[in-house]
Design a protein around this ligand. Structure first.
Ligand code: LLP
Length: 428
């Protein structure tokens, strides 16, 4: 997978994405500006759907909408036959308003509220259950609404994936999910009940994972759990959800695995294990987020001035920063930068500093770029995932607009916030 969108083209004085000039987009829509390339999202979806259609046709892909969601993105994903993983009432509400097939929606969360569960159960959404208290809530709500809730259990597989501490989830002390043995009495309670249907198990081992081995371990651990469920209850689970987390390349230093290899490897392993045990193959579900949308997105900034630092570098100021991209501050994430229309080939060493009132508001340290003059544009690649969705109004910053580019046409996906929006909910 490329760092840049697949439609990226560079000339001496501009960069084009989806056939649209970044200079023109910046002029028309202002900066900071998120730009998403439809063709890259489509291609990323098709990487999953193509390999699985060929090798494991009983599958479902649920885009992890926390990576980036609005109605436009949801409709683009729906067109590729993909569903959604949602983790809140807000995400659920958004996808229910889109063309995504409700049968392909999975609702996660370690502390779902009664209102959230009601919305999900009323719409027959698949629930990824996190704890026993949630099962009790579901029983009450489903009984009251006279519905049968579809439930899969999230399990901690006990796998240590090597990624940032904050985005690790499969280890045994994770706040998410059950220890396997704890789900057995719950399966017993649900099985054959009026109010609930047990549809399978789920595990997600973390995010931005480069090593393929934990994924293969995951399949064999989950098949072991499937065996136990079969021998205890005689149930062959209908669905096996292996989560997401596939690592992608943000910089040339990243050694990201090929997604096709991982998916094919996991599907093949699952087939072999099920066939070997003469058990039916469950529906295989994946929940990719970053690997669908990260490299489809770029952010355009306008440079301000630069300021010397004692070690020979300079700060280069941009008109955004931690509020539109908190990832470098939260996870020490690194990105790839370019100058859209450089006015010189002479280079300088820069630390890219945002405009927010925090010394830590730094998007990159010690990178080499052509010398940048005030009002020139900088582009950052790979900002399609977890940038807008984690953006804030810190310092009463107006969240930027997001544009979809497709075949030389730019369309507004999300409007830029205004100062009026900033005071809209001030009630006194
Ligand atoms: N499924 C579940 C249950 C998840 O918790 C997540 C991500 C995914 C799927 C999708 O993972 P992906 O394919 O996007 O790696 N804010 C962090 C990432 C947090 C991921 C949380 N869960 C970041 O900016 O790197």
């Amino acid at each position: 997978m490329n760092i840049r969108p697949i439609t990226f083209r560079k000339s001496a004085d501009d960069i084009l994405i989806g056939g649209c000039s970044l200079t023109d987009l910046a002029k028309e829509y202002g900066t900071p500006l998120y730009v998403l390339d439809a063709a890259t999202i489509q291609q990323n979806c098709q990487i999953f759907t193509k390999i699985l259609t060929e090798h494991y046709p009983n599958f479902s892909i649920a885009y992890a909408s926390k990576a980036g969601l609005n109605i436009g993105i949801a409709n683009l994903i729906a067109f590729e036959g993909i569903g959604a993983d949602v983790v809140s009432g807000g995400e659920l509400y958004t996808v229910l308003k889109s063309q995504i097939d409700p049968k392909k929606i999975y609702f996660h969360g370690n502390n779902k509220s009664i209102e959230e569960l009601e919305l999900a159960i009323a719409n027959h959404i698949r629930l990824v259950v996190d704890n026993a208290y949630e099962v009790a809530l579901i029983e009450t709500i489903a009984t009251r609404l006279n519905k049968k809730a579809k439930m899969m259990f999230r399990i901690k597989p006990g796998i240590e994936a090597h990624t940032h501490e904050y985005i690790k989830t499969g280890h045994i002390d994770s706040k998410f999910g059950f220890e396997f043995n704890d789900i057995l009495p719950l399966i017993k309670k649900i099985h054959g009940s009026e109010w609930g249907e047990f549809i399978g198990i789920h595990a997600h081992i973390g995010s931005q994972i480069f090593d393929m081995n934990p994924y293969y371990d995951l399949v064999s651990i989950l098949v072991g759990f499937m065996d136990t469920i079969y021998s205890e209850f005689g149930i062959d689970i209908p669905e096996l959800n292996c989560g997401g987390g596939f690592g992608i390349k943000y910089t040339e230093n990243d050694q990201a695995p090929d997604i096709t290899d991982i998916i094919l490897g996991m599907a093949t392993e699952l087939k072999l294990l099920c066939d070997g045990k003469k058990r039916p193959r469950p529906k295989l579900v994946f929940e990719p987020g970053r690997s669908i949308i990260a490299n489809a997105g770029v952010t355009i900034y306008t440079a301000g001035t630069s300021k010397p630092i004692s070690d020979g570098q300079q700060y280069l100021f941009i008109d955004g920063g931690m509020a539109d991209n908190p990832r470098p501050m939260m996870y020490q994430s690194e990105y790839t930068f370019d100058v859209v229309s450089p006015s010189t080939t002479d280079q300088a060493r820069y630390t890219i500093a945002g405009k927010f009132c925090e010394s830590g508001d730094i998007l990159a340290k010690n990178i080499v770029l052509p010398i940048v003059k005030p009002s020139e544009h900088i582009v950052v690649y790979g900002t399609g995932a977890y940038n807008y969705s984690m953006a804030s109004n810190y310092n009463r910053f107006c969240k930027p607009a997001m544009i979809l580019v497709n075949n030389n046409v730019a369309s507004l996906l999300i409007k830029r916030e205004t100062y009026e929006d900033i005071i809209r909910y001030d009630a006194l």
